[in-house]
Design a protein around this ligand. Structure first.
Ligand SMILES: O=C(O)CCC(=O)C(=O)O
Length: 241
């Protein structure tokens, strides 16, 4: 792995794809464990995902509910290996520790909706520090192939820098006031300049075993799963020690 190249890219964009970081064999074990738990919970029958228990919830809340129902799976936790931790630590040149001992499973059943960038939930999981220093990294693992528009987490690459362009305006406000991000989000699938900062929506789609590393200051959002398969990812957050 060309670490220098990755460090530069990561610091510029706040998001980095490590394609094929985990072997397909390794993730297949986790995938089988998730599927067997879904069957045990009667959420998968005759090869179909049964969402009757979830359909009253708004689509993005279904992921949280599904995560609670499936609970902790050791086979998924094992994907967040020492090797991954060492790679993240090298990337930020600091020791990191997980915020939780267990990973969080991110599942989306087919939403039976057209894919759209409207009405998303762009957010941060922590308050960005006042000084421009990375507080930690969030790792996302693809447990199964996730095609484009198949419900992968979205990251707004470059948004970690927006926290520092003005003293009295946070990144959310800058995006609302200074750009057409809210009205024409699709434009941001290509790089756009906001406050002279390059911003782009990155969809964490790819193959089973791909890993995405994200600066914890990057705005991110769940997305619509417009495909027929379940979206199967897992995540954990790591802070500097
Ligand atoms: O992909 C998702 O469902 C959302 C993930 C997310 O927002 C998070 O991990 O903070």
């Amino acid at each position: 792995m060309d670490l220098e190249f990755h460090i530069d890219n990561f610091s510029e964009q706040g998001i980095l794809a490590l394609r094929g970081f985990l072997s397909r064999k390794t993730v297949a074990v986790a995938r089988a464990a998730v599927l067997s738990e879904l069957s045990r919970l009667n959420l998968k029958a005759n090869g179909k995902f049964v969402s009757a228990k979830l359909q009253d919830l708004p689509v993005f809340q279904q992921t949280e509910r599904l995560g609670q129902m499936v609970g902790r799976l050791e086979q998924v936790d094992r994907l967040f290996s020492d090797d991954l931790l060492a790679t993240m630590s090298a990337l930020v040149d600091a020791a990191l520790k997980p915020t939780l001992p267990q990973s969080q499973i991110l599942l989306s059943f087919p939403h039976k909706l057209d894919w759209s960038l409207n009405h998303l939930n762009w957010h941060l999981d922590l308050k960005p520090p006042r000084v421009d220093q990375i507080p930690g990294v969030q790792a996302f693992v693809l447990i199964d192939d996730v095609p484009p528009q198949g419900g992968a987490t979205l990251a707004l690459a470059g948004s970690h820098k927006l926290h520092y362009v003005s003293h009295d305006c946070n990144a959310h406000e800058i995006l609302r006031r200074n750009s057409d991000f809210a009205t024409h989000p699709e434009k941001y699938l290509k790089t756009q300049l906001v406050e002279r900062t390059a911003i782009q929506i990155v969809e964490m789609s790819g193959r089973a075993g791909d890993v995405f590393l994200m600066d914890l200051r990057v705005l991110h959002s769940p997305s619509i799963n417009s495909k027929r398969n379940i979206r199967m990812m897992a995540t954990n957050r790591y802070l500097k020690r």
